[in-house]
Design a protein around this ligand. Structure first.
Ligand SMILES: NC(=O)c1ccc[n+]([C@@H]2O[C@H](COP(=O)([O-])OP(=O)(O)OC[C@H]3O[C@@H](n4cnc5c(N)ncnc54)[C@H](O)[C@@H]3O)[C@@H](O)[C@H]2O)c1
Length: 429
């Protein structure tokens, strides 16, 4: 799939590097290496025994050698490093030059609780779990605190930091992927990009680009908009993507303002619309300044309607993040809100200046929403395009399970649906 560089996970023992690394590798379709496992395999002994027999220095030299081997032979792998890998300058510079580092943050008490839990689980399964060498002693919590104190300066120097506190490993992986996407790290290599001109009103582009969200500022620049832009999203997308996108927009010279509505269909309401108008008025948003709708169909419909009606219409950019929104609701210009007496009763047609679709965002979309989106795609296949339907059948398992999702195929399917929706929607305009 798409490339980026190696991903090195760093952090204390108990931060989840191996488990999260495995999930990331699978979701991003990359090979996975666990340096501790490689050392054990090479030496034929557990880490604790290696420490006991040969000492820490010997272990560290094996660690550096195997890290260098993996980092130099692989350009696109996920690597779980040992907690102490950052203590050596040569390892740190290797990691910096051969990829991106992600610091999995955990406090010493939580790390210890996790390590104890793992220990008991292994015992319950009849295994003889080893005790991590640097934690042997009467006060492992104190040891972890000291390790963190000594190493935090290097951990915090990572390219990305993700807290693991009170989060499932799946959630941490989801947040890391969102960081990669929104920071522009996850672009296709070669770029996977397709543009379709939609000839309605003044005409606009529907851009489908793997990793395109991270290049949002570049796409906006082509529209010659004033620097102030109003990014509107929902609470789920906010947590995953907003801060990084605000950062990339600011670095590119934009002055982004952020507004967040609660996630869920309930926000497609008169109340939320009024609150949105209030916010825009307080911001003194002007006619030429653009509103960016970042999210699924709910955000696209609500924000699209606000853009259509505020000051009798301001520039709108649709950045759909759910499959349904990418193949359907962000295309065609339908915007609106629900009324207590029925769904979508109030609305209008309003076309954006740009639709930027990044199918990589589907990597963080929950399964249920993905399935709903696929239902829409299958409908296109059945009604409008037998070739698309045959393709969906051929790749059904991959697309449904979303294991190692093929970036090019996803982009092609989304673009295919956009073209079909345009041909199907033509009659209504
Ligand atoms: N305008 C149209 O032509 C049109 C067509 C079809 C549907 N719709 C409307 O679209 C709405 C349904 O769209 P929807 O299914 O996208 O619902 P939604 O916008 O409520 O999104 C579903 C959930 O997925 C989350 N989400 C979205 N993208 C994500 C991502 N990349 N990663 C993680 N979470 C993500 C959202 O936060 C939300 O919790 C309905 O309001 C429907 O009426 C409009």
């Amino acid at each position: 799939m798409a490339a980026m560089h190696n991903i090195f996970l760093i952090g204390l023992p108990g931060s989840g590097k191996s488990t999260i690394g495995r999930i990331l590798a699978q979701r991003l379709n990359k090979p996975f290496f666990d340096i501790d496992v490689l050392i054990e395999r090479e030496c034929g002994e557990h880490i604790s025994t290696i420490f006991e027999h040969y000492g820490e220095q010997y272990f560290r030299s094996c660690e550096s050698r195997l890290l260098a081997q993996v980092a130099q032979s692989e350009g696109n792998a996920v690597v779980a490093t040992g907690g102490g890998v950052v203590t050596k300058a040569e390892n740190r510079s290797l990691i910096r030059s051969r990829g991106v580092s992600v610091y999995l943050m955990v406090d010493p008490q939580t790390a210890l609780d996790r390590l104890n839990r793992q220990h008991h689980e292994k015992q319950a399964q009849g295994e003889v779990p080893e005790i991590r060498p640097l934690l042997i002693g009467s006060d492992p919590l104190k040891s972890l605190r000291t390790l963190l104190q000594d190493r935090s300066i290097w951990y915090e120097d990572a390219h990305f930091t993700c807290s693991t506190l009170n989060k499932s490993v799946q959630r941490v992986a989801q947040e890391i992927i969102a960081m990669f996407i929104s920071s522009g790290e996850l672009v296709g290599e070669p770029p996977i990009l397709d543009v379709q001109r939609i000839h309605v009103d003044k005409g606009y582009n529907a851009v489908v680009e793997w990793g395109g969200l991270g290049r949002l500022p570049l796409h906006l620049k082509k529209l010659n908009l004033p620097p102030r832009v109003f990014l509107i999203t929902d609470s789920h997308i906010h947590k995953l993507y907003a801060s990084m996108i605000m950062g990339t927009l600011s670095s590119a010279g934009f002055e982004p303002q952020l507004y967040t509505v609660p996630a869920g269909e309930v926000s497609k309401s008169q109340e939320q619309l009024s609150a949105l108008y209030d916010w825009l008025i307080k911001q003194r948003a002007e006619r030429g300044e653009a509103i960016i709708a970042l999210g699924g169909g709910m955000v696209g419909d609500l924000v699209g309607y606000a853009a259509a009606t505020y000051l009798r219409g301001v520039p709108l950019v649709q950045v759909p993040t759910s499959l349904l929104a990418q193949v359907d609701s962000a295309i065609g210009g339908k915007t609106g809100i629900n009324h207590v007496m029925g769904k979508n009763l109030i609305g209008t047609f309003y076309h954006p200046r740009l639709v930027l679709v990044d199918p990589a965002t589907l990597l963080t979309l929950p399964i249920r929403e993905r399935t709903e989106g696929w239902a829409e795609v299958v409908k296109y296949g059945i009604i409008l395009d037998t070739e698309l339907f045959a393709r969906l059948e051929e790749y059904a398992d991959t697309l449904r399970e979303f294991t190692n999702p093929p970036a090019t195929l996803l982009c092609q399917i989304v673009m295919n649906c956009i073209a079909l929706s345009r041909s199907g929607a033509g009659a209504t305009e």
